[in-house]
Write a protein that binds this ligand. Structure first.
Ligand code: NAD
Length: 497
């Protein structure tokens, strides 16, 4: 069986803890590999390597650093097919979807090729007599990222590309469920010319995460995963004075106004609700039709579409979605469907009986659709993270606006309408971080930035875009006077301008 260790100091190394986690192949249900779970000492070895390599990397001019990332992009393109298949086999998503996972990471690497420009500081001439002021951005040193299972290519790239481009050394702790692609990305960075020690991968669980949080030489931590862990990491990182940006779970609503193009809305709901088996933090999991007629029209079109979703093994390119990531995830999601029925929601499409012929042990669940879901139900309040869409009917625009605004999560939201006034008012007033207008999964492009509000994001800077360079650098401001001819004498009052 394949054994996955760590990638430290530019080398693949075996784990020494004697502790391992199973890596499944969700489409068959088999265990296909074992991944080592790191000890504190192994994390420390990665930090030592990173610390030793970082000063020379920071001193390498930013254009040269960007050139290595450019070479990395070529290598990712070269290995795209094999990497997408590895990703699909470990995660369960389909191969076309796995290619999207890689590409959305690549787009952020493309953005940070502009790091020489992004790192530029500011300059003011003549801020006082003979005084000029300038600011510069300097890397933090050694930084770390802890990533979730659901985007094993994209989210590691969102984190390590800006951090490394800015001159930091990076320690990645990927999800133990699908560590194959993150390891591959680190190998490709080395092949592209990145000095050993600048990108390390330490596989593991809570023990490795806690070692990161307590390590005095790690200056910043990026986290993406569920909200309770995001909050834990945010709080514990703060205790040791680290910078932290921690992104959590979601319950993304899509409002369907009476004037929406109903076919377009239904396409958007099935794609964004069931794609990747609903295991996306920007998946739409709540549809909110406004008015009874809209609700009835929506259900009439939605039910047959959900019933005819094509579920298949990850290697079937014609499948709409594949299995869930683990048996535990499958049981969790099925349990939520049972809860919804007990709570009194109408299960309009029941996917619990679905069996994938030839893959009977895989972690499959058919698409499920609930109607008449209400605000007090657990299936509305909690993140399900599976192919389950809940329809909550709203009487009017104000009620539809209040639902996502008052929900504890605030990652993404969408409104489908042909009316500019309601779209504009919705975008301005809704208490959610990313808004789509007739766009169901409003993941901003790489040169904007990604971040949810409320319990979907702890910390004040977003992922990627210019925010990422701010997060992974500190600003130094220099006030300089070259005093030829300027004689002021000693001044004991606070200097002002
Ligand atoms: P998770 O919280 O279980 O795991 C995320 C990471 O935390 C993994 O690396 C894991 O090893 C580590 N971890 C798990 N338990 C821990 C513990 N007790 N202490 C310390 N570390 C721990 O999340 P997941 O199941 O891998 O991913 C799915 C979740 O991620 C969903 O909630 C989804 O909404 C969220 N997500 C959010 C975003 C976003 O940008 N907001 C993006 C993708 C996924």
């Amino acid at each position: 069986m394949r054994s996955i260790g760590h990638f430290i100091g530019g080398k693949a190394v075996k784990g020494t803890s004697g502790r391992f986690a199973d890596v499944y192949q969700p489409m068959t249900g088999d265990v296909q590999a074992q991944v080592a779970l790191a000890t504190k000492a192994e994390l420390r070895a990665a930090v030592e390597n990173a610390k030793a390599a970082q000063p020379a990397w920071a001193a390498t001019n930013p254009q040269r650093r960007a050139r290595i990332l450019m070479k990395f992009l070529e290598l990712v393109a070269r290995d795209n097919d094999t990497m997408a298949e590895l990703l699909a086999r470990e995660h369960g998503k389909t191969i076309p979807d796995a290619k999207g996972d890689i590409l959305r990471g690549v787009e952020v690497v493309e953005f940070v090729l502009g790091v020489p420009h992004l790192m530029k500081g500011e300059y003011t001439e003549g801020a006082g007599p003979g005084i000029d002021i300038y600011s510069m951005r300097q890397p933090l040193g050694v930084v770390a990222g802890i990533t979730p299972f659901n985007f094993p290519a994209m989210i590691p790239m969102w984190q390590f590309a800006p951090a490394i481009a800015a001159g930091n050394a990076f320690i990645l702790k990927p999800s133990e469920r699908d560590p194959g692609v993150p390891m591959r990305l680190a190998e490709l960075m080395l092949e592209a010319g990145l000095p050993a020690g600048i990108l390390n991968v330490v596989n593991g669980d809570k023990e490795a995460v806690d070692a990161i949080l307590d390590d005095p030489d790690i200056s910043a931590v990026g986290f993406v995963g569920s909200s309770s862990i995001a909050q834990y990491i945010y709080e514990r990182a703060a205790q040791t004075g680290k910078r932290a940006q921690c992104f959590g779970g979601a319950k993304n609503h899509m409002i369907v106004m009476p004037d929406a193009d109903m076919d377009q809305a239904v396409d958007a709901l099935v794609g964004s609700g069931y794609g990747a088996a609903g295991e996306r933090c920007m998946a739409v999991s709540v549809a909110v039709p406004v008015g009874k007629t809209t609700g009835d029209r929506l259900m009439e079109k939605l039910i047959p579409r959900v019933e005819s979703l094509k579920i298949g093994p990850s290697i079937d390119p014609s499948a709409d979605f594949g299995p869930l990531v683990t048996k535990a995830a499958l049981e969790r999601v099925r349990n939520y469907v049972d809860i919804g029925v007990q709570e009194g929601a109408t299960l309009a499409v029941d996917g619990r009986g679905f069996k994938m012929q030839g893959y009977e042990n895989g972690f499959y669940l058919g698409g499920c659709l609930f109607d008449n879901v209400t605000k007090d139900m657990r299936i509305y309040k909690e993140e399900i993270f599976g192919p389950v869409l809940s329809v909550v009917r709203a009487h009017d625009f104000d009620e539809a606006l209040r639902l996502p605004s008052e929900h504890e999560y605030g990652n993404g939201v969408a409104i489908f309408t042909r009316d500019g006034d309601s779209a504009r008012e919705f975008a301005a007033r809704v208490n959610v971080g990313m808004v789509g207008i007739n766009v169901p999964i409003p993941v901003p492009v790489a040169y904007f930035s990604f971040g949810g509000w409320k319990r979907s994001g702890f910390g004040d800077l977003n992922q990627y875009g210019a925010d990422s360079i701010r997060f992974y650098t500190k600003t130094k401001t220099v006030t300089a006077r070259w005093p030829s001819g300027v004689k002021e004498g000693a001044d004991f009052a606070m200097p002002t301008s």
